[in-house]
Write a protein that binds this ligand. Structure first.
Ligand code: SAH
Length: 247
């Protein structure tokens, strides 16, 4: 069933059940009353990342106080878990974009890894988490992707769990069909890895290609920006191995 994209949707980190009254934060109130200009009684869709999607209606007490009354569940919480996405963090706007696109494409976890050529040393996790929620609200995504602490690439690779396929987007690979490369693997758990604008170092590439379970992916004969590569790689993975297969 296609989500309802006409009714405004907000994330509420609260238990959701019929009849529950939930007070709105100032930001949520501003969004619903002033940005969406909703009248009292208007329908709002709410989700908490655990219990699916519910329809609620707006109860406005005053200019400064409003709440939602939860009415009925409209969608079940999905049971499928999307791929992980590991990436060298980028600078602000490109990172915002990349995080939002990864959420729209159904990733379950965002793993910033600090490679040798990564341009940024610090990552604003709150900003990333806010982007995850914003993308989920806008696109009807009901699972809230986890955002984990940045970690040094070498440690991340050393601790990478056996049994999880590592889709290594390698700008240094010969041009070869990504579809064929992915079809050769029926992996259940997948992690997609995209490097920094400066690319992977030779040492990183050697260590990656030496690791069992790595799928070397070419994203065509041209070099893509990292945020473009994220969209291309996740599109391929979801189409060949993920939940774009329509089952
Ligand atoms: N500065 C590097 C390119 C890095 S592009 C160079 O000029 O070689 C940023 C990341 O996007 C890469 O690390 C890789 O993960 C991915 N990427 C970009 N183009 C790609 C391609 N054609 N094939 C596979 N991965 C690609």
């Amino acid at each position: 069933m296609r989500p309802d994209f006409r009714t405004p949707r907000i994330f509420l980190d609260q238990p959701l059940q019929s009849g529950a009254g939930i007070a709105l934060s100032r930001d949520q109130m501003n969004y619903l009353l002033n940005v969406m200009r909703l009248a009292p009684g208007s329908a709002v869709l709410v989700f908490n990342g655990r219990e699916g999607e519910w329809r609620a209606h707006l109860a406005v007490a005053s200019k400064r106080e409003a709440s939602l009354t939860i009415d009925v569940q409209t969608r079940l919480q999905p049971t499928t878990t999307g791929p992980e996405y590991a990436f060298a963090p980028l600078k602000h706007a490109r990172l915002d974009y990349m995080v939002q696109k990864a959420v729209e494409l159904g990733v379950s976890r965002l793993v910033p890894v600090l490679t040798q050529h990564t341009q940024v040393a610090r990552v604003n996790l709150d900003r990333m988490r806010a982007n995850v929620i914003e993308a989920a609200e806008q696109c009807g995504v009901l699972s809230i992707a986890a955002v984990v602490e940045p970690q040094p690439f070498e440690r991340w690779l050393r601790e990478f769990p056996a049994g999880r396929a590592l889709v290594f987007c390698d700008e240094g690979s010969e041009s070869a069909s990504p579809i064929e490369a992915l079809c050769a693997h029926a992996a259940e758990k997948i992690c997609v890895l995209v490097g920094p604008e400066g690319g992977f170092s030779d040492e990183e590439r050697r260590n990656l290609l030496a690791k069992a379970g790595v799928i070397r992916l070419s994203l065509g004969p041209r070099i893509l920006r990292a945020d473009t590569a994220a969209v291309a790689a996740l599109t391929l993975v979801q189409s060949v191995l993920g939940d774009w297969r329509g089952r």
